[in-house]
Design a binder for this molecule. Structure first.
Ligand SMILES: Nc1ncnc2c1ncn2[C@@H]1O[C@H](COP(=O)(O)OP(=O)(O)OP(=O)(O)O)[C@@H](O)[C@H]1O
Length: 576
């Protein structure tokens, strides 16, 4: 229990001091609460000695009033600070993780981790910001309050303090057993929540497929199972705690009874005054009320503990430019030497070397799955090569910070992702400080100005998440406008025109020509014209560069390239 509290403060980062201040104020509030016992002692003393006067009434009333006002002021202040600091702590963590994610290797973001990341940044964070302050406050307040009353009782009769301390130790033993049980149940519960979020994400993302193939019932079954599993884990965790809570509570009640009986015995044998005996009877309930509350809340400590671990696990995941330097290359020639890369055990690029001279166009062609996209992703360091090296301007891409590397590269993907934001902001991703005029100029060059202007809100039109409210061709032209605005010297382009209608295709082609003027271009080429005009063609097959040269050179030799062209001429796979 105490290790989790300690961990919570370490986890709090910048908010640690505020949380500690809140705890200090909580201690003061507990002192004020304990004053009730002083007021009670005065009244009992006066009643037993038959000396009740108006002074007794006013004094005890005054103390009670001070106690209540103190508890309200300090308790309120402590709670407000605690809640505010917890919200700030979680928002700091979310921002920190968001920043870190930009520098994590792409391998981290697979389908498996998506549910886990989402669950951690939503559910777990929500739990931390909503539940953690209450659990921490109640747990700490309970023990501080109990501790203060025990110290006060020490001055009245040390024997009672010993009984209370023994009772609390017994209580802590049971609580420890509950924490152990919790340490087994909580990870399963957290995992069940992660699976549920993963299943829901998959369901929503795959909604198109679900409908197209009428899989609504099958998909529902997966979600139903995840919901049921999550529910079962929640219920079984709660059920597992109930016996411990019951025993904890019984221990405290039992110790209260021991205090009452001992007080009576001490009074009967003359070693305790009547007023102290009565005071102990009342104190026996006061001292344990908050501890009992702390005990039941502490069942949740383990979930908080695991939540913090999950968050830190993401926050401590390796980034890829830890040792990078801000490099400004003087040339943009790209060179790969003995590049080998595998996704897990599956080798995709097999010890290949290549040179892409600056301001030239290199077309990468090859069958589906041959590794074209992977090779481009290695150049932009979405992934790190396993062996060999890739350099830009003579510097290994691993030596750059990610920011200084990506400043030199614009990528236009086959699957364009637009954010749920205005069109102007989506284009500004290429250059966040661009003026509206610059954005419009880029949009004109990318042949998307006209359709944007025709939209009801023009450049301020909000695009749905993933760019759902614009067509595929329009999305691509917006992404080209982004790249034109960025004006990076290296362009990596997945020239995906296969699914675009002829009118869109010619516009897209004009946009691409504008984008690629005077740049170093690496293009996964689909159009024969592009391939024919490229300065160099790399033909990939099963991760090997099996042929390289210009179109004319490659056509002179028999091989996969000339076969491709022949097949293409029969209108399969390539566009003319
Ligand atoms: N993130 C990933 N994790 C594991 N395997 C992957 C991943 N991305 C791609 N692959 C696998 O790597 C191989 C090469 O994929 P890549 O996308 O580079 O091929 P490609 O030549 O660009 O294919 P296409 O022309 O169909 O887009 C494929 O077998 C693919 O299944």
């Amino acid at each position: 229990m105490f290790s989790t509290i300690k961990k919570f403060f370490a986890f709090a980062g910048k908010q640690k001091q505020r949380l500690q201040r809140a705890l200090l104020v909580n201690v003061i509030s507990s002192f004020f609460q304990a004053l009730q016992l002083v007021a009670l002692s005065i009244v009992l003393q006066a009643v037993v000695r038959n000396e009740v006067t108006m002074t007794t009434v006013w004094t005890s009333l005054g103390i009670m009033l001070v106690s209540i006002v103190g508890v309200i002021i300090f308790g309120h202040n402590s709670r407000m600070n605690d809640i505010e600091a917890s919200f700030d702590m979680c928002s700091d963590k979310r921002i920190e993780i968001g920043e870190r994610m930009k520098y994590m290797p792409m391998g981290y973001f697979n389908a498996n981790s998506l549910g886990s990341i989402t669950a951690t940044l939503t559910n777990t964070m929500e739990d931390l910001q909503n539940i953690a302050p209450r659990v921490m406050e109640n747990t700490m307040h309970g023990f501080i309050h109990g501790g203060i009353i025990t110290i006060m009782i020490l001055f009245v009769d040390w024997r009672m303090s010993v009984i209370i301390v023994l009772g609390v130790l017994l209580f802590l033993c049971v609580n420890r057993m509950m924490q152990k049980k919790s340490s087994k149940a909580s990870p399963i519960r957290v995992e069940a929540q992660r699976s549920l979020v993963g299943a829901i994400l998959e369901y929503v993302q795959g909604m198109g497929v679900v409908r197209a193939f009428d899989l609504v019932n099958d998909a529902n079954k997966t979600i139903d199972r995840a919901i049921e599993h999550c529910e079962n884990q929640n219920v079984s965790m709660e059920f597992a705690f109930i016996p411990f809570m019951f025993v904890q509570s019984t221990v405290l009640k039992f110790v209260s009874v021991v205090i009452i009986i001992s007080s009576l015995l001490f009074y009967l044998n003359g070693s305790m005054t009547l007023e102290n005996c009565m005071l102990m009877m009342v104190a026996s309930f006061l001292v344990f009320s908050k501890i009992e509350q702390a005990g039941s809340m502490s069942a949740l400590l383990r979930s908080i503990d695991i939540g913090m671990d999950k968050i830190e696990e993401i926050n401590q995941s390796p980034t890829i430019d830890i040792d990078g330097k801000d490099i400004t290359p003087t040339s943009f020639t790209i060179e790969g030497k003995d590049v080998q890369f595998a996704y897990g055990n599956k080798v995709i690029i097999q010890k290949e070397s290549f040179i892409i001279p600056e301001k030239t166009t290199t077309a990468i062609v090859g069958p589906s799955g041959s590794g074209k996209t992977t090779l481009c992703n290695l150049i932009a360091r979405f992934w790190d090569v396993n062996e060999g090296s890739i350099t830009i301007g003579g510097h290994d891409v691993k030596k750059y910070t990610l920011d200084s590397l990506l400043a030199n590269i614009s990528m236009v993907f086959q699957n364009v992702y637009l954010f749920n934001d205005s069109i102007i902001n989506n284009i500004r991703f290429g250059k966040p400080d661009a003026t509206k005029e610059e954005v419009i100029e880029a949009a004109k060059k990318a042949c998307c100005h006209d359709f944007i202007e025709a939209l009801p809100e023009g450049y301020d039109t909000i695009i749905g998440e993933g760019g759902a409210t614009v067509s595929g061709g329009e999305k691509q032209r917006i992404s080209i406008a982004r790249a034109i605005l960025k004006d990076a010297p290296i362009i990596i382009l997945d020239e995906a025109t296969a699914n675009v209608d002829p009118e869109n295709e010619s516009r897209l082609q004009m946009a691409i020509e504008e984008l690629t003027k005077n740049k170093t271009i690496i293009m996964i080429a689909h159009r024969l014209k592009t391939v024919q005009n490229a300065n160099q063609i790399l033909v990939l097959d099963e991760g090997h560069i099996v042929q390289r040269g210009t179109h004319d050179e490659l056509m002179k030799n028999k091989g996969i390239y000339s076969d491709f062209i022949k097949v293409r001429e029969q209108a399969i796979g390539w566009k003319l």
